[in-house]
Design a protein around this ligand. Structure first.
Ligand SMILES: [Zn+2]
Length: 417
């Protein structure tokens, strides 16, 4: 078995790993680089893999570990006959997203992953392990071929709503791993000793902030961070406020196929259509989608009246709508995505907007990725012959924390020994 990490040995995002055995190949993740210039045709970031630009029979499949842009974002440019291996809920989420944002995907040929059920493709045996991550339906992947075993961690953590999966993995790890490709997103961010808050530990923080707010509570969070939506929903219940989500988020929650997750038709949830989504519904004739939530819709003219008993899922793209509606008296904002995002220049106008509307902001967040101490437990349990760092800006620091580390370079082939 031979491996080439096309992107990921020095960076977070744009992950793409090609694996070859007996002249046949599969690819793990086809991600969009985080620093990709949006004015440049994204297709130009496709790694140099035989079969990506033009079909090639030796490329058997592309596997997507989870539905985050930096892992699937370039897969839409592959020839449609290449099978895409992905979780079914993950694919449904990406498909639902295509109606509302350019960052969805709808693959023509799919093979669905199921937790710990092995798929055979050519010389490869592929066994997925469902993991705890801020993306729904995320997997680590064990690949066996020609007597060698490679384990790809994908993105994962141990403090989310599926933390039990991490414990199961540590207690009963796959054996005889020759190579572990392990993510290290949090390395170099903060103190190595940091313990991360669990999702449940965030609930009282939300509760306190919602309780101290007179008007509308805005909650800025990704509509695809299902764990966090559950956290916010639980806090809403605790303070007796309804949870207002937008149509896009309602559809993402429905796409999970998991009826125990909050849904747009539940009685304490309301569905709001910002203008942009209203236009999308009209233009694309998505009335079947919007009509599902007919009984739970909340309209602009009612927002002011209901502000003080509501928490609204929010993104900066909605700020103009809400200002025009005039429902922001006494409003507050909780910020629940990666902290670094707020420091980017492009967020300056939004911060100014908050100030001009006198909206106070509080960060309430925990990482979608494992802490260093959890990464240590993970790598010790899997006990690989070699640990190859991936998905980190600080791969040079891996030898400080883990055993048997070997650094690789993007674009270079190496043999699994
Ligand atoms: Zn991810």
């Amino acid at each position: 078995m031979k491996v080439c990490i096309h992107r990921g040995t020095q960076e977070i995002g744009g992950t793409c790993i090609e694996i070859e055995s007996a002249g046949q190949r599969i690819v793990l993740d086809v991600g969009l680089p985080l620093n990709a210039d949006r004015d440049v045709d994204a297709r130009s970031f496709l790694p140099d893999v035989k079969g990506f630009a033009n079909p090639d029979d030796s490329l058997l499949a592309a596997l997507i570990s989870h539905p985050h842009q930096d892992h699937f974002g370039l897969a839409q440019f592959l020839p449609p006959q290449i099978p895409v291996i992905i979780g079914e809920a993950a694919h449904n989420i990406l498909r639902s997203a295509t109606f509302f944002t350019p960052s969805g995907a709808d693959f023509k040929r799919t093979i669905y992953l199921q937790d710990q059920e092995t798929i055979e493709i050519g010389p490869f045996e592929i066994t997925p392990y469902l993991v705890d991550h801020s993306a729904y339906d995320a997997y680590s992947i064990l690949i066996s071929a020609n007597g060698k075993r490679l384990f790809y961690s994908g993105d994962f953590r141990a403090h989310g709503r599926k933390a039990k999966l991490f414990q199961n993995m540590i207690n009963n790890p796959p054996k005889d791993i020759d190579v572990l490709l392990m993510e290290g997103t949090t390395i170099g961010r903060g103190n190595p000793e940091d313990k991360f808050q669990t999702e449940d530990e965030l609930i009282p923080e939300f509760v306190e902030y919602f309780d101290s707010t007179q008007g509308l509570c805005l909650a800025w969070c990704s509509g695809q961070n299902i764990d966090r939506l559950v956290t916010i929903y639980k806090a809403c219940k605790a303070v007796n406020r309804q949870f207002i989500i937008d149509l896009y988020t309602a559809e993402i929650l429905r796409a999970t196929g998991n009826p125990s997750l909050p849904q747009g038709h539940w009685k304490d949830i309301r569905v709001f259509l910002p203008k942009s989504q209203k236009y999308q519904v009209i233009e694309q004739k998505l009335f079947d989608i919007s009509n599902q939530y007919r009984n739970n819709r909340i309209y602009p003219e009612n927002l002011s009246r209901e502000a003080s008993n509501s928490v609204m899922l929010f993104r900066p793209s909605m700020s103009k709508d809400l200002e025009a509606i005039g429902c922001l008296d006494g409003a507050s904002l909780t910020y629940s995505i990666w902290e670094g995002y707020l420091e980017m220049d492009q967020q300056k106008p939004f911060l100014d907007w908050l100030e001009s509307n006198q909206i106070l902001m509080k960060k309430i967040h925990t990482s979608g990725h494992a802490s260093i101490s959890d990464l240590k437990d993970f790598s010790n349990a899997l006990n690989p012959k070699k640990l190859i760092p991936i998905h980190s800006f600080e791969t040079d620091q891996f030898p400080d924390f883990f055993k048997n580390v070997e650094l690789k370079e993007d674009g270079k082939w190496w043999e699994v020994e």
